[in-house]
Ligand binder design. Structure first.
Ligand SMILES: Nc1ncnc2c1ncn2[C@@H]1O[C@H](COP(=O)(O)OP(=O)(O)O)[C@@H](O)[C@H]1O
Ligand SMILES: [Mg+2]
Length: 324
């Protein structure tokens, strides 16, 4: 584990949320007993398909939604009994949220920061510090409408850090809709915030995001935790421990095709495209697997052997769960 082991900033116990029936529909059991702890300096990523109950969980932690049952404490404060005090030590960036177009970056963080409790006398200095923390200093005089999606997301993060409450940062899908380069700049900001001792709880459906950012991954589907652990621990839960990828399958010689057909009898196909085949290998480090790879190479086949990825494990754990 990179971080963690510090004091708990979030302790959720057995949180359930049942949304009341609407328009003749049955009630929705969005969270079915979720227990989760986040420590100072730790990034916990809640990973799961659409409809898994990620936003519902986050909104209950944030004190925006009353749980049907269960308890949640932030910085030791009961969120249900004392929501105002609890909200003072956390910051939330909701899933669908964008800053106001017609303000500059600096104005946005300063004005909304003051509304959030930043002291107006120290606001200009505080705003500069926040903008520098999220790498926006050079963009401070630009209008929000002139910014890319990644920079807008960083404005929201700067604002979330304004005022007194930021020991726990809650980010609901912080990079959804951003291009790959912008996503990485947001990751860097999140990483540096955790490095300064804040606890971070984020939701995502991007496996690479969880792998990059999280000290601990919690996979949820249909309102339940299916698995929890470090990226490495989750990775080791893949059904097969390795993968053999074979490329240019449509161009193989007759001998190579025969060898491949025999391999398909030994290891199941986990992915197939006209020109790319992937076989699930139980142990990619075994002499048998290495010998098979060498056999393919000897026949001029482009093939690689690798340990299973976090995505393989995710699909093993949550793969067959339908969206709700
Ligand atoms: N306000 C609501 N009223 C009724 N059902 C809701 C409400 N919000 C979410 N749901 C349902 O609860 C389930 C979980 O939703 P959500 O927490 O938004 O999942 P996620 O964020 O993982 O996509 C879904 O089936 C969704 O349709
Ligand atoms: Mg959501």
């Amino acid at each position: 584990m990179r971080n963690g082991g510090g004091e708990a900033v979030l302790e959720a116990r057995d949180l359930t949320k049942v949304y009341a029936p609407r328009r003749g529909q049955p009630p929705v059991h969005a969270n079915r007993g979720i227990s989760l702890t986040v420590h100072k300096g730790e990034v916990v990523a809640v990973l799961g398909p659409n409809g898994a109950g990620k936003s519902t969980f986050l909104r209950q932690v944030a004190g925006q939604l009353l749980p049907t049952s269960g308890t949640v404490r932030v910085c030791g404060i009961d969120v249900i009994a004392s929501p105002l005090a609890a909200k003072r030590c956390m910051s939330v960036i909701p899933q669908e949220c964008s800053p106001y177009d017609s303000l500059t970056v600096e104005e946005h963080v300063r004005y909304f920061g003051i509304i959030k409790g930043m002291d107006p006398r120290t606001a200009p200095g505080e705003t500069s510090r926040l903008l520098s923390e999220v790498g926006l200093t050079e963009h401070r005089t630009k209008l929000i409408r002139e910014l890319s999606g990644g920079l807008k997301r960083r404005v929201l993060i700067a604002l979330a850090l304004a005022g007194p409450g930021n020991q726990l940062l809650l980010l609901d899908e912080p990079t959804t809709g951003l291009d790959p380069a912008s996503r990485r700049t947001v990751w860097k900001v999140i990483e540096s915030l955790a490095g300064k001792g804040r606890g971070v709880l984020l939701t995502t459906h991007y496996i690479d995001e969880a792998e990059y950012l999280a000290d601990r991954i919690v996979i949820i589907a249909q309102g339940r935790i299916l698995a929890e652990g470090s990226p490495l621990e989750i990775q080791s839960r893949s059904a097969s421990k390795g993968r053999l990828d074979i490329y240019d399958v449509d161009l193989l010689s007759a001998a190579a095709k025969a060898e491949l057909d025999s391999l398909k009898g030994v290891w199941p196909v986990s992915f197939a495209r006209e020109d790319h085949l992937r076989l699930a290998v139980p142990d990619p480090f075994s002499p048998e697997a290495v010998a098979r790879l060498q056999g393919l190479s000897g026949l001029g086949v482009k093939a690689t052997l690798a340990p299973a990825s976090l995505e393989d494990a995710y699909l093993t754990i949550a793969g067959e769960m339908p969206e709700t």
